[in-house]
Design a protein around this ligand. Structure first.
Ligand SMILES: Nc1ncnc2c1ncn2[C@@H]1O[C@H](COP(=O)(O)OP(=O)(O)OP(=O)(O)O)[C@@H](O)[C@H]1O
Ligand SMILES: [Mg+2]
Length: 615
């Protein structure tokens, strides 16, 4: 994905960033001192030159030695000062951008999930990386360059006027004449180089997409088409680059010509004064030196100005991310007064609209008790609001009306961490992280022992396939667990929930078909997990529903009926329809129940080993 371009903004946007410099006051002071010191030392070179020319060249050898040593001493002082300034300032740039990155991420992970529906992840990532990097270069180099140049600019101006008034006045008129065309061309070059960067980025994203979808490209035999299209992109980038380097070459050539013509004019005027004796050669030398410093100072400041504006744009976007507050307000660490053995949940008179759809209630006048230690199956057509119930139970959103009670306490009065620590969710699409098996199972409890992890895997019926992986529990699963089958991923997600041993279990049953064997394993693990635990399960299979203690039927955000399978088959027409059309395994005869002693539907002795299993 192509990152958004950073628009320039006004400099006050950079102010909040200054707050991040606060902890490093001492370094900041030291850097400023070094800056002042080097600026002063640089300016004194002009005087050194004057001494060298007037006394060193005119006097005897010892005067020359003295003048040269003076210059060497100044140069050494500048070297030390520059080293200190460069190190400290770059350090500050790196440090501040690291701190900003951390602060922004820290804020991001606590934000309400709704935020991420409104903001594209690509853009957030680009803020975390590109914007902070831009700020880092600004603080670490451009800003100090601007400061240093302004300092030397002012200093050199003053020194210039002290050295020779008449020539200074000529320069004051001449510098703009020389600089204006250079600045004008410089702008154009910069605009072209921005364009050229954009076109390189689009070449990159073009290639990225083709590589990502390489199978589609090859299976539709579009390799040549893609090559041709890519080549057009590359050529376009080259054409822009050629215009840029052409302008740039013109700029360099023109600048050299203008600067030296200007200098020649100055030397002509000054030289006449030296000949007539109204000015010494050293004075002229010093003067030329200061004039060059003024010119380059103006050039640097105007160059850096544009960058500062871009940095202000970046800062604005970062600070916006940093200041976004979660809509779910956390009352802080506050738990239930009593230990939760068998928690009971209740949704009470809830009306809820997703923030992005304020007019449309996802749940309406919804009340539902969830009994302690029992399992409740939610069934209903797609879009009925089943997943929304889960979102509210975990407090990813707050309902506009009504409340969710945990053992009689409104969950808004509990600490978010405490509330969520009582709950584990097994989502419809198992979410695995890049890492190994152990890391993924122990995600909720990184301190779990290997034995505990293995026990959880066993309970999830995952241990057999894990042990058959090349590195067992240390096997890497690839990005988002791509190296596992769908059923294996689900069992890893189950093991993660089991390891957390939550008092409340939320299961969103996968709708996608698993092969019979995997399905059987997952089902069996589920039933064991549900025993004596407060469980809510969004069920798509009759076999799951039959194992639930109670069933709630939802439709269009409302509770339609509750009861057992037999009751609902008699009383609820929607349930009958769902049973005949939607439940994936509606023939009870085929049902893999997974209870001990019942036949194993796959015909394989156990685990995953089938006729094709290796070794
Ligand atoms: N993040 C969201 N923002 C806005 N509307 C949403 C969001 N998530 C769900 N909805 C809407 O809320 C309603 C209920 O959705 P929900 O996900 O609870 O349905 P569901 O019963 O879980 O369906 P399914 O069986 O297909 O998973 C739907 O109309 C859906 O379009
Ligand atoms: Mg759903």
């Amino acid at each position: 994905m192509k990152a958004d371009k950073i628009r320039p903004a006004s400099l006050p946007s950079l102010l909040p960033v200054i707050g991040f410099l606060k902890p490093y006051k001492l370094r900041l002071v030291a850097a400023s001192l070094a800056l002042l010191f080097t600026a002063g030392a640089t300016l004194s070179i002009g005087r050194g030159l004057q001494v060298l020319i007037d006394q060193g060249f005119a006097g005897d050898i010892s005067d020359l030695a003295g003048a040269v040593s003076l210059l060497v001493a100044i140069a050494a002082a500048i070297a030390v000062g520059t080293f200190t300034r460069f190190y400290l300032v770059s350090w500050l740039g790196e440090r501040v951008s690291a701190d900003l990155r951390k602060a922004v991420f820290d804020n991001l992970v606590h934000l309400h999930p709704g935020f991420f529906e409104l903001n594209r992840s690509g853009e957030i990532m680009s803020r975390l990386t590109t914007d902070t990097t831009l700020l880092q270069t600004i603080i670490g180099s451009s800003f100090s360059m601007a400061l240093r140049s302004s300092l030397t600019l002012v200093g050199a101006l003053v020194m210039m006027f002290i050295t020779n008034l008449k020539l200074s006045l000529i320069i004051a008129v001449g510098v703009p004449l020389v600089l204006l065309p250079i600045l004008f061309f410089g702008r154009r070059v910069r605009r072209l180089s921005n364009q050229s960067q954009d076109s390189i980025a689009s070449v990159g994203s073009y290639a990225g997409e083709v590589i990502q979808h390489i199978r589609v490209v090859q299976s539709y035999t579009q390799e040549q088409f893609e090559s041709a299209a890519f080549s057009r992109e590359v050529e376009r980038a080259f054409a822009i680059a050629r215009r840029r380097i052409w302008q740039r070459s013109l700029l360099i050539g023109g600048a050299i010509l203008l600067v030296f013509v200007g200098m020649a004019g100055m030397l002509w005027e000054g030289g006449q004064d030296v000949i007539s004796g109204s000015m010494s050669g050293g004075e002229l030398g010093a003067f030329v030196f200061y004039a060059i410093m003024v010119g380059s100072g103006v050039a640097t400041v105007s160059e850096v100005w544009g960058e500062l504006q871009r940095a202000a744009g970046a800062a604005e976007r970062l600070i916006e991310l940093l200041n976004t507050r979660s809509l779910i307000d956390d009352p802080g660490p506050r738990d239930l007064p009593h230990q939760l053995e068998r928690p009971e949940l209740r949704l009470d008179g809830i009306t809820f609209c997703y923030p992005t759809r304020p007019g449309q209630a996802a749940l309406q006048d919804f009340s539902l008790p969830i009994e302690a230690g029992k399992s409740l199956a939610l069934v209903g057509p797609s879009g009925a609001g089943k997943s929304t119930v889960f979102e509210l139970l975990q407090r990813f959103y707050d309902p506009q009306q009504g409340r969710v009670l945990l053992n009689g306490v409104d969950i808004r009065e509990l600490g978010l961490q405490q509330l969520r620590s009582h709950i584990a969710l097994v989502p419809q699409q198992p979410a695995l992280f890049t890492g190994d098996v152990r890391y993924n199972i122990a995600y909720g409890r990184p301190d779990a022992s290997d034995a505990e992890v293995a026990a959880a895997a066993r309970a999830a019926h995952a241990d057999e396939f894990i042990e058959r992986l090349p590195d067992g529990y240390a096997s890497h699963l690839g990005e988002q667990g791509v190296r596992l089958s769908g059923g294996q991923r689900q069992r890893i997600a189950l093991a993660r929930a089991i390891l957390n041993n939550p008092e409340i279990l939320l299961l969103d049953e996968a709708t996608s078909a698993l092969d019979t064997e995997s399905e059987f394993q997952v089902q069996q693990a589920l039933h064991e997990l549900m025993q004596n635990r407060t469980t809510v399960i969004i069920a798509h299979r009759l076999s799951t529903i039959l194992h639930a203690d109670n069933i709630a039927v939802l439709d269009q955000g409302r509770l339609v009926a509750t009861g057992t399978h037999t009751e609902l088959m008699q009383s609820c027409t929607l349930y009958q329809r769902l049973a005949s059309l939607q439940f994936r395994d509606v023939e009870p005869a085929q049902q893999p129940t997974g209870r001990d002693g019942e036949p194993n539907p796959t015909g394989y002795p156990s685990g995953e080993s089938g006729p094709c299993a290796p070794g």
